[in-house]
Design a protein around this ligand. Structure first.
Ligand code: NAD
Length: 428
């Protein structure tokens, strides 16, 4: 495998995420014996837009911002994917995430393609007014390629329902009428969906339930370690306890973690994180400090990487002792580590299946917007469960049939569906 590997100045292994998505696709293309022209088409985004736009700052000066939108593949429907506001946003990062969105929508069989967007900006130093003007200016430039029938953004890193509300308002002004379906992850009064907030973790818990059933593991009292304690990690702790009956024995964030074999109360942990900004020193109820590295290597039933990409590498893969690795984060495991985990019998639920709950409920939000009729919580929950459980079963079955790891199997299921749409449309 020819992953473009770079050694960062601090000596830490680093990887180009877009190159990783291409290597992962190549592995599936080989198994599927994909036609070379089709394979070449699926290795690259079909469309990208790069913009530069001015924003008036609070002090009266005008600052230029750079933004991107990548529409990776729209053969199966309008592209769908989050919008990130991050100072180090790069086009390769956005391309990688757009590619994963394509495979994610296909693997859970929703009629959407994959997209992603970003603005290079630091939300920590923008005032609320500046953030609103950046959000509106992005839509004024990018709006010409957005729309419920074309490309539908959603919140992602450092964007939130308020940002989505400003954007849907700006887009509606441009259209001359309300067009709520252009963006998902909106506040409820503007056409948001019930259960959107915890949908990513909720879908992950349903995948873990299915995996545990397949492996004969009882999740009641099963031990669970969670790396990362933001949106995905916090809801994973709450729902891991509620849906699976698991005992949360370890949690970490970027500053460090805590470990308690008797179980950590997720609600108290969240309160502490909100009050102090980190989980690291929440030891009042008997937990001990633990490093992020040691957390990954704990002997637990379930490990849920819910922080960042490139966390399980060839350096630590051999030390992972969890029976199930549920990838709520995008790209936490690099390709070399995948093989080691597979050989060691660790059951990996790959990211674009495990964290697909968010986009499934986003799709439900688009559907509800389209017909102007809103579902109750129980309906959203039951439909999410059915959709992601079916996707899990398709991937699990394919992995058994082909004798490949779950990531390759998930790619096979997803790529086959996109390839079929591309073929039927006569693109390759
Ligand atoms: P977030 O910013 O809310 O939380 C990230 C958490 O990870 C924070 O607690 C942070 O302190 C922690 N963290 C950062 N670096 C770390 C490190 N080196 N070690 C341990 N912890 C570290 O982000 P989020 O929305 O929870 O997203 C987390 C991951 O899940 C990302 O990969 C994201 O792409 C993926 N994801 C999230 C959603 C969603 O709906 N939120 C959907 C799909 C995928």
């Amino acid at each position: 495998m020819t992953v473009q590997k770079m050694l960062a100045s601090n000596g830490k292994e680093d990887f180009n995420l877009f190159a990783i998505t291409q290597v992962q696709l190549d592995a599936a293309a080989e198994v599927l014996e994909l036609d070379p022209a089709l394979h070449a088409l699926l290795r690259e985004p079909v469309r990208e837009m790069h913009i530069t736009f001015p924003v008036r700052m609070d002090d009266g000066t005008v600052q230029m911002f750079r933004g991107f939108r990548v529409q990776y593949n729209d053969a199966r429907g309008p592209t769908k994917g989050g919008l990130r506001f991050h100072p180090n946003e790069t086009i390769d990062m956005v391309r990688a995430l757009a590619a994963w969105m394509t495979w994610k929508c296909a693997v859970v069989d929703i009629p959407l393609g994959g997209g992603k967007g970003g603005v290079a900006c630091n939300t920590k130093i923008l005032s609320k007014g500046e953030l609103e003007r950046v959000s509106r200016a992005y839509v004024r430039q990018m709006g010409r390629i957005l729309g419920p029938e074309m490309d539908v953004p959603a919140p992602d890193m450092y964007t939130n329902p308020q940002v989505m509300a400003w954007m849907v308002d700006e887009y509606s002004v441009m259209q001359g009428h309300n067009d709520f379906g252009v963006i998902t992850g909106k506040p409820l009064p503007l056409g948001g969906s019930k259960l959107r907030n915890d949908a990513t973790a909720r879908g992950g818990m349903y995948c873990i339930r299915e995996a545990a059933n397949a492996l004969g593991i009882n999740t009641q009292g099963a031990t669970m370690a969670i790396q990362g304690f933001g949106n995905a990690g916090q809801y994973a702790a709450i729902l891991g306890q509620k849906i699976l009956g698991a005992t949360i024995v370890a949690i970490s964030d970027s500053k460090g973690g805590i470990y308690d074999p008797n179980g950590i109360n997720p609600f108290h942990a969240i309160e502490h994180k909100l009050a102090t900004g980190t989980i690291r020193d929440f030891t009042a109820e008997g937990a001990e400090p633990i490093s992020n590295q040691d957390l990954l290597e704990l002997d637990v039933d379930i490990l849920a990487p819910s922080a960042m990409e490139n966390m399980i590498t060839s350096r630590n893969a051999d030390h992972i002792r969890a029976r199930i690795v549920a990838e709520l984060a995008n790209g936490p495991t690099v390709p070399e580590a995948d093989n080691v985990l597979y050989q060691n019998g660790v059951y990996v639920i790959p990211d674009f299946l495990c964290n697909a709950g968010g986009v499934i409920v986003s799709y439900f939000e688009m559907v509800q917007n389209a017909y102007g009729y809103y579902w109750d919580e129980a309906t959203v929950d039951a439909r999410l469960d059915a959709k992601i459980a079916a996707a899990f079963q398709a991937v699990h079955k394919r992995a058994q049939e082909l004798g490949v790891n779950n990531r390759v199997a998930a790619y096979c299921v997803a790529v086959e569906r996109v390839a079929e749409a591309v073929r039927l449309r006569g693109w390759a």
